[in-house]
Ligand binder design. Structure first.
Ligand SMILES: NC(=O)c1ccc[n+]([C@@H]2O[C@H](COP(=O)([O-])OP(=O)(O)OC[C@H]3O[C@@H](n4cnc5c(N)ncnc54)[C@H](OP(=O)(O)O)[C@@H]3O)[C@@H](O)[C@H]2O)c1
Length: 338
């Protein structure tokens, strides 16, 4: 079967998955019998295009790199019409994350899943705020709601827990879920002050112009909610997760950690105690001997505590155009396998 793909949001991740699909088209066909057409793209800046036979990826990416609006295959419709009326079988929901309301992505996902179309997304909003609802609509309509990219970009976390770790009971997941703050803490350890390091993180593109979501822990809080609900089967709301960021960490705290052979990390944690699932986000001083202590810079890492394997730690990128684009590819291949 040839997958008919539609992309909602042609920013970093949208262009990343297009690049991967273009560059690996032959490999994906030969190795996985995965064939695709990108039939539609809808984006606030680039506009809406549709060709049921498949759009020209090079042309899409050319417009992406020039940041100029699409000029061929233009279609005058809105996102919901695109979802319902295009011949796409899978919608890649790659618009912005809104952890308070979910933003337009909520309706995009509801409408697509209701129409029996798969959703593959790196957008944390619908996954953190409404996973049970989305999964139910998906199941009722024979569609899939796949969200690997919402936690640690393409580093396999969601698929690890219900793929290779299936059969293990996972009692705890703890780790570094936000690359920006991990980079900032790594630099602060070298003696760079909070304000200066935040400015460097913004210049490097790690932190947004408004860094609140990262430094106050809300990004990690959304990811903890996703892990609690998906991996541990809980029904927690984002607001159920107590959350503290790194804004109050001072140079004295850094000295204190160093003097005690410890290191500050912003730790997201979710734990299942006899069926009661609780999560939290908070800075912690951890021993230098702990596997998470060696994870520096903008990297993410998670330790799964399991009954059959003990602790399993996975370390990898938590952001990036190709790294997050890969999360979309891995979910597309999952759909292909099924
Ligand atoms: N980048 C990463 O490394 C990364 C990692 C993990 C997860 N994510 C998540 O993946 C999603 C995409 O991230 P990104 O970095 O690609 O974001 P981005 O670069 O900001 O791209 C988002 C694109 O969506 C467009 N858009 C916004 N609202 C839209 C709407 N209602 N309809 C159509 N298009 C709309 C934006 O247009 P305008 O620019 O004109 O608003 C922009 O072109 C986000 O939810 C993000 O949190 C990203």
């Amino acid at each position: 079967m040839k997958h008919k793909l539609a992309i909602l949001g042609f920013g970093t991740v949208g262009q990343g998955i297009c690049e991967i699909l273009r560059d690996k088209e032959v490999y994906l066909k030969n190795k996985y019998d995965f064939e695709f057409d990108i039939v539609a793209v809808s984006d606030l800046h680039f506009g809406n295009v549709y060709n049921p036979q498949g759009l020209d990826i090079n042309e899409l990416l050319g417009k992406g790199s020039q940041k100029t609006p699409f000029s061929t295959d233009i279609k005058d419709w809105d996102n919901l019409s695109m979802i319902k009326d295009s011949n796409a079988t899978t919608i890649l929901e790659l618009t912005y994350t809104d952890l308070e309301t979910g933003g337009p992505a909520m309706e995009h996902c509801r409408v697509a899943l209701g129409a029996g179309k798969n959703i593959v997304t790196s957008n944390k909003g619908p996954a953190a705020l409404a996973y049970p609802e989305m999964k139910k609509i998906a199941d009722e309509n024979g569609a899939q709601f796949l969200i690997e990219g919402t936690v640690c970009a393409g580093t396999p976390v969601i698929n690890l827990s219900d793929g290779p770790l299936a059969g293990c009971e996972i009692s705890k997941i703890r780790g570094i879920l936000n690359g920006t703050t991990n980079y900032m803490l790594s630099e602060m350890e070298k003696g760079v002050g909070y304000d200066e390091v935040l400015k460097i993180a913004q210049d490097k593109g790690y932190a947004e112009a408004d860094p609140t979501g990262d430094v106050e822990g809300h990004d990690a809080q959304g990811k903890v909610t996703i892990l609690a609900n998906i991996v541990m089967g809980a029904s927690l709301k984002v607001s159920d997760i107590p959350c503290k960021g790194i804004t109050e960490i001072k140079s004295e705290d850094m000295d204190n950690a160093r003097n005690n052979n410890k290191r500050w990390k912003l730790i997201g944690s979710v734990e299942n105690n006899n069926g009661e699932v609780k999560g939290s986000v908070s800075p912690e001083m951890i021993d230098l001997s702990h596997p998470l202590a060696g994870v520096m810079g903008a990297t993410n890492a998670l330790t799964f505590t399991t009954d059959l394997l003990g602790d399993v730690t996975i370390v990898g990128p938590g952001a990036g155009k190709i790294e997050t684009g890969f999360s979309i590819l891995t979910d597309l291949l999952r759909i292909n396998r099924s």
